[in-house]
Design a protein around this ligand. Structure first.
Ligand code: NDP
Length: 434
């Protein structure tokens, strides 16, 4: 706090970790209950900040700020996405990189952790502008990455198109075609199911949470926020498993479908978002869709809530409404979508809470599988990737339960933090003070 007094998001993530890990570690008399190790773990190994100059379609020169936080390399190459969004700053990326450290450790794969991006707003930019921006970003960033050093991927504002432009420039500058980037299109080394993996993985993890209490997703009412990659693929998989999904949202408002989303509606959302539209447009296409301008979905009556949009999108009041309306499970598709107050309120209200570092790890898990396929020069079928993804999400669930209690209602937050911490701490301790 003294070093970075304004890094509120980072403090929030670090406090959550310290709150959940410190007590149980002391109780277990763990060899890793070590302040010095925790202090090192909270300090990024390296941070890069760089100028990204580019030229817009009108011929004006523009400048954005690029970042990469290389948080922890104890378990493998730094691994984590790039985010292009006006809200990107060092605080947001540091919190994301910290979360990534535990998430990557939980997958059991040999992945270190990092996070990066730029305060660039892709909204309303032409394809040519996006390409020029990606190339400009890579002109600097290619010095700092590589298949054995730092392997970036997409995040908000960076989808398969952007990854293609970024990877293409990296390939040109490095004169190598390696697995130094994940989230590539399958046409040039990407893994099948990478695009779907975070949303699908969320539903697989949720399935494990429900099964732990002897329950299942079929027939449950689910509220989802967001309308991007994670939200849409979570919706798709939830529909496939018989849930009634009643909402999606974006930064402008929420669409509610009391009878439940249909596949036709889901396809329409994908089309609207690809064209730069708003979820509100869905209400113009389907009679049974209601639009709530400026609202979030958390006032709707549901059994399960899946926040899949952005950080701190579900606050304490929202959590109170969910509890009062009988919501019994919350699993985070986005990174830290629930504020600290919300998490407290949900847990006090008896809601089973699945933190993002466990529940949304499916994306980075399939990125890890993409790295494996690239280095072996292999290309796995969709079924093979899906089977591995299910197995990884089940393994993460087992690790959470092992440390968070194995009853019907484990404490997944404590379980995820402890399991992740112990794996990273073990690797750090074994490598000396670095
Ligand atoms: P996208 O950019 O595809 O979608 C983000 C969605 O969130 C959009 O619908 C956007 O609305 C909405 N949104 C953004 N800001 C706000 C806000 N302030 N209030 C309400 N809605 C908002 O991103 P992803 O789906 O890829 O990522 C979503 C979250 O999941 C992020 O936290 C990300 O870090 C996390 N995540 C993503 C992974 C992945 O594989 N993609 C992996 C693991 C975690 P609008 O269209 O109006 O901007």
């Amino acid at each position: 706090k003294q070093r970075d007094p304004h890094h509120e998001h980072f403090h929030q993530a670090a406090h959550s970790l310290l709150d959940s890990a410190a007590g149980p570690l002391a109780e277990q008399g763990s060899a890793f209950d070590d302040d010095a190790l925790m202090t090192r773990l909270l300090e990024p190994e390296r941070i890069m900040i760089f100028r990204v100059p580019w030229v817009d379609d009108q011929g004006h020169s523009r400048v954005n700020r690029g970042f990469r936080v290389q948080m922890n390399g104890a378990l493998g190459p730094y691994k984590g996405g790039l985010r292009f969004h006006p809200s990107v700053n060092l605080d947001v990326l540091s919190f994301l990189a910290l979360e990534q450290t535990f998430k990557n450790a939980l997958t059991g794969l040999p992945l270190g952790a990092g996070k990066g991006g730029a305060d660039f707003d892709p909204k309303g930019r032409s394809d040519a502008e996006i390409m020029r921006f990606c190339q400009a970003f890579m002109t600097e960033f290619h010095h700092h990455m590589g298949e054995d050093t730092d392997v970036p991927a997409g995040d908000m504002g960076v989808g398969p198109r952007e990854v293609g432009y970024l990877f293409g420039m990296y390939r040109k500058l490095s004169r190598t075609h390696t697995g130094a980037f994940t989230g590539k299109q399958p046409a040039f080394g990407g893994s099948l199911l990478r695009v779907e993996a975070t949303g699908y993985g969320l539903i697989y993890f949720l399935g494990n949470m429900l099964a732990q209490g002897g329950d299942r997703l079929d027939g449950k009412t689910v509220a989802i926020s967001g309308a991007g990659n994670v939200a849409r693929h979570a919706l798709e998989k939830a529909l496939e498993q018989g849930a009634r999904v009643i909402s999606l949202s974006d930064s402008q408002g929420t669409v509610e479908v009391p009878e439940g989303f249909t596949e036709a509606m889901l396809e329409a959302v994908a089309e609207i978002k690809a064209g730069g539209g708003r979820v509100a447009d869905l209400a113009e296409r389907f009679d049974d869709v209601r639009y709530h301008e400026g609202e979030r979905p958390w006032g709707l009556r549901c059994d399960i809530a899946l926040p899949c949009a952005t950080q701190n999108e579900l606050d304490e009041d929202d959590a109170g409404r969910l509890v009062d309306n009988g919501c019994a499970w919350v699993a985070e598709g986005a990174n830290m979508p629930c504020t600290a107050g919300a998490v407290k309120r949900l847990r006090e209200g008896g809601v089973v809470f699945g933190p993002g570092k466990a529940a949304n790890a499916g994306g980075v898990a399939v990125s890890g599988l993409e790295m494996g396929q690239n280095s072996r020069r292999e290309f796995w079928s969709e079924d093979e990737v899906d089977e591995r993804l299910r197995a990884i999400m089940a393994r993460i669930h087992r690790r959470c339960v092992a440390h968070g209690g194995d009853g019907e209602r484990p404490d997944y937050l404590v379980g995820a933090d402890l399991a992740g911490y112990l794996r990273v701490a073990d690797a750090m301790a074994g490598q000396g003070i670095l």
